[in-house]
Design a protein around this ligand. Sequence first.
Ligand SMILES: [Zn+2]
Length: 249
Amino acid sequence: MATHTEEKSEIRCVFCNRKLSREEIVRYRGVISCRECARSQRQIPSQAARPFFLLASIGCIVGLMTVEFNMLYDLMHRQVLLPSYIPPLPMYFAGLSIAVILQSLGFYAINRPINRNLGIEVAVVGLVTALLQIVSVMDIIVNGPFVMIEEVLYPKDFTNYFSTTHLVYSLFMLAAGLSILVEIGRTGIENGAIAAGALYIASGVTVASVYIWPAVGLVHILMYVVVFVYFISRRETPVEKTITTWGYE
Ligand SMILES: [Zn+2]
């Protein structure tokens, strides 16, 4: 009688591609693998991530306050329709630059255990965004709120080069949203994470395509609230999934 253990099935481990006997097969995170690979997948190095997540949460609060202030300011002053009306851009860019830098730290920490490069990429887009926002603030402080083109004064708003800064900011949000969705693929489906990823993408699209403050503001406020909850509820390391044996004897 052929022993059970010698009998190799056609089933292979998804990690090491080794043919497995029935006794060796285990199920881990919904895939079939050998026990050794399942064990090594579980051992995600523990790195202090909590401080990064807390900083990112603070960044969300700063972002929330910034967009809320801008939205209310716009609703109060827009009716005046002065030709020189300028939204409070220095405050807007200064607040968002702090918010973006802090969120970038969170994205670095989230992606670091498994996909370090993705974390660095999102953080770099964030830092470029923040840099442009800081340059915009400096520009207004040093050169004033107007540009002169052929002896005509134009207010600095989102109809001139500030829109570039705005577009890079929307790029950051798209990258952030996608990286959250990629992370879900590895750590399991989680409603909060799906909402955070989707709202980042929605905000990025809104910022790039809509120039109506209250509309941009509302999507932003919703996004920052959900992303705040997302960051504050992050754990130090992803939840360990149990290794179960293959169903049949
Ligand atoms: Zn294996």
